[in-house]
Design a protein around this ligand. Sequence first.
Ligand SMILES: [Zn+2]
Ligand SMILES: [Zn+2]
Length: 293
Amino acid sequence: MTKKEIETAEQIKRAVKDIKALRPAYEGILAFYEKLFLAQEASKKHIHMQPIKIPEDLLSVKRKEKFPLIARKDFTVDIKASEALLREICQLACEANEVLAHAGVKLMDALDRGTVDASTLLSKTLSEDDVYFDETAKSLEIDKEVLFFMAHGSIRPCLSLCAEQLATYIGKDTLWGKGYCPVCGNPPAISILRGEGERFFFCSFCDHEWHSQRIYCPFCENKDQKTLHYFFSEEEEYRVNVCDKCKRYIKTIDTREIERPVYPFLEQIATLHLDMLAQNQGLQSGHPLWLQT
Ligand SMILES: [Zn+2]
Ligand SMILES: [Zn+2]
């Protein structure tokens, strides 16, 4: 039976509980991510944003040329709700591992003192201002990837709601046929198989889900069956899709093999052992691994 992506708090909790029982080694890291995902879901009800409108003439060009609907910088963010979530993420980080705890303390302190302005940090996350992240991480003496992870985590509910709204411009089951997100142009974080084996990708930036052809590398558009393959670990519910052409991989969840509710971004965290296996084979992840801090 096909399981739908889950959204509600109860479903996240159930999925975490089931995964912890299956793979106790993940207990520590999932304790943090469970709270993070719940905080992100809960934050959605405090978000107020105007819909993003795309004029019909621009829309028809984008459809024809297969351009994403918007660029990262064009997302709308509710600064008040996102700043509140950023502070909550700092608190959650303080209870997590050493690297996150260090970053949580430093960032919270900087927000309190006003040496880091939340609104600037969040807008720089949208505009991918690498220089800003370099300098801010250096001044806080924290890891740049961790800083980005926390900042992106705090705007993620806004991005996800924007993507949901923008998805109304895209046909729901339309085969997009590209490896980048039709909403924002970013690479997928993970893919899932459903139903008769249809494949869907999930955007690493805005969470948007899109339908893809089954035999396909989203990173170099390779469709050649001979150079695309996958391997399993011990669990048949996950596979790692590998492209021999670009030497990149993406993890895939086969929802047909899973009874529990599936929350793709949780599965992404609960399969870090597969990233290690893939990277030990000299393969590269096709998207930034900040999610897996
Ligand atoms: Zn996207
Ligand atoms: Zn490839």
